[in-house]
Design a protein around this ligand. Sequence first.
Ligand code: AMP
Length: 461
Amino acid sequence: MKTHSPQASFESFSFSVDILAAIKKMGFETPTDIQLKTIPAVLEGKDVLARADTGSGKTAAFALPLLDSMSNENIYSRIGRDKRFDAANRAASNCVQVLVLVPTRELSIQIAEVFTQLAENIIPAIKCQSVYGGVKINPQMMALRGGTDILVATPGRLLDLADQNAIKFNQIKALVIDEVDRLMKGDFQEEIERISKLLPNKRQNLMFTATFPESISRLVREVMNEPTIINMDEFVDELEIEQRVITVNHNQKNDLLASLLNNNDWEQVLIFCSAKRTCDNLVKKLEKRNIEAIAMHSNKEQSARMKVLKRFKEGEIRILIATDVAARGIDIKQLPCAINYDLPRSPNDYIHRVGRTGRAGEKGHVISLIAHHEFQHFSVIEKYNGLNLKREQIAGFELDDVPPPMPRKSPKKKKVRLSKKQKARLSEEQGVSNTAEKTNPVETTVEQEEPAVNAHIWGKR
Ligand code: AMP
């Protein structure tokens, strides 16, 4: 067990004597690293996201400060302390004050036991209970009737109890999700999302995880309020990304983009377009505005793409314009800025794009430029990713109330090269000279490549 320096002590948290006595009885001498970092933030009522492995002492890291806040001892005189829990009152019938979600029955029993041990001196008594699946639900329903101050639950059983009206969430003041990485997988994930919608918005959120998959970063954005981040150094970048949404008329996107590129000193920018042709067109349009950029998409030869990528990685190219498919192969995680010129088709791709930015210690920026026809699609992306981003307008590029007409998509003439044999046959059929060299290349009409993104929305217009 990694404990902190000898100077660090449980007394330094000004815990109540009830709590200090329980700590002593447990045989804990000094706080562990995770306890030392987590306890002060929880005592202040802050949201906390912490990376903590099993065996790190994480249970006491959240149990001790939560119980201390529920302890009856002179709590209001302790400066800076969270005053959410009225120590004299315990949970009302069928209510819960602290909900702890865990992935397994064993963990649920174990954590409820730790709470019970640490709470044993507190008066009025604090009721701790665990509920989990695989056993009869009735005894658990009965036990919940009198109210439970601390409920440690597996998600499925909690939802069953909620469906049976055996539990009320209106008194919840804190939600702890332990092993959140395990809980944000498969069926659990949906259950966690359902549960979080049942809880009062105003609550403290504490999450503990050993790893940091993308699903957690979404949950964190969705439910947490400026969390204190602990031991997450290698993950912080992902959270430290500023996401901006700028509304603009579609016919002003190029000018706005050029203005953003000229007026910000981003070292490198990755611009996402939905179609290969848009990438190429955008390069030309930026060139006309004296901005050099390079397109990268799957129409380019593999060797050319590799070369571009190498130059971009080495910092020789400042602006790279790419489709999602091409960008997926770009192994550059530390971009200062990514711009969504077009929105990605899938909400997941949006998160992939976001994940490309952010530099150690520096904030990354993701900017989405959205025109009228993209509003609805962006709302879907936000909803799926649990985002609610502010819409900005940039002076000089304000959005019109009525969207300007979209350009008509004219069919593009494409020259098709025929083999000599084909040309000869065609000439014969047309009854003209069979001198192949004299035959003009035949022009065929093909449909213009449709932008991959928002296809359904375009269709609706
Ligand atoms: P946890 O990571 O919460 O499962 O805790 C792992 C083990 O560490 C449990 O047996 C705890 O009782 C023990 N423990 C927690 N905090 C401390 C501490 N400060 N000093 C010594 N042991 C501790």
